[in-house]
Design a protein around this ligand. Sequence first.
Ligand SMILES: [Zn+2]
Length: 267
Amino acid sequence: MGKHEFLTPKPIANRIKAKGLQKLRWYCQMCQKQYRDENGFKCHCMSESHQRQMQIFGQAPDRVIEGFSEEFLEAFLTLLRRTHRHSRIAATVVYNEFIADSHHVHMNSTRWATLTEFVKFLGREGHCKVEDMPKGWFITYIDRDSEQVVKARLKRKRIKSDLAEDERQERMIARQIERAQQSMVKTDCEHGDNASLDGSEGESSSEDEYSDSDDDHEGQEDDAKEASKVAGKIAIALQRAAPGPKRTRSVHVIRRKRWPRRRERML
Ligand SMILES: [Zn+2]
């Protein structure tokens, strides 16, 4: 609509007359247009734009009606939640508030033919508590949102306690492992002491051999090679001297134990 048309007397008069609520039956839901009288509505129904909309409707009437029904339900529940969340109220009161918005989804384009039918649906689906009173249907909004909030909080709490339990168990297992390792180390040490006592004869001789290059850092690699050679020789010698199973083990321990001691001396 152009600027001049907008300010000419006829459109102004139309706007004045269009103020306030109009008859619900002269509203075209598909085009979302309100008409003041039957004549206007009939003219609209003949128009090309309305015919196009009706073609769209004709292609999938069920889907269109379902869409309007969902929209209607959602808008109605939103209003109820916002204005009468904690009270029991006559369904007609809420409905009158609902249709006060001139562009609300009109009930005649939904799958509910009457308000009573819609109210029964609300009760059946658990959206509201509905009561058939002498003065008509009364509805009470069922506050699922806060119910869900409580449920979610309980769930979070449960998960948290589960996690704490898991952590406790993990800590316990870790402690057990540590204890087991400590006891293993202890028994190892005992074995090691025995071994060094057993192999004391070999140890003293080898120490004499590589004591010359103790403070020489450059020849470290050569030292290591030499030392391992020496250790190997000792091991072979010991095996030849006494090839019992206990001896073999003690030789093995000697080889392992010698290194830390030598490093200490170097430092
Ligand atoms: Zn229309």
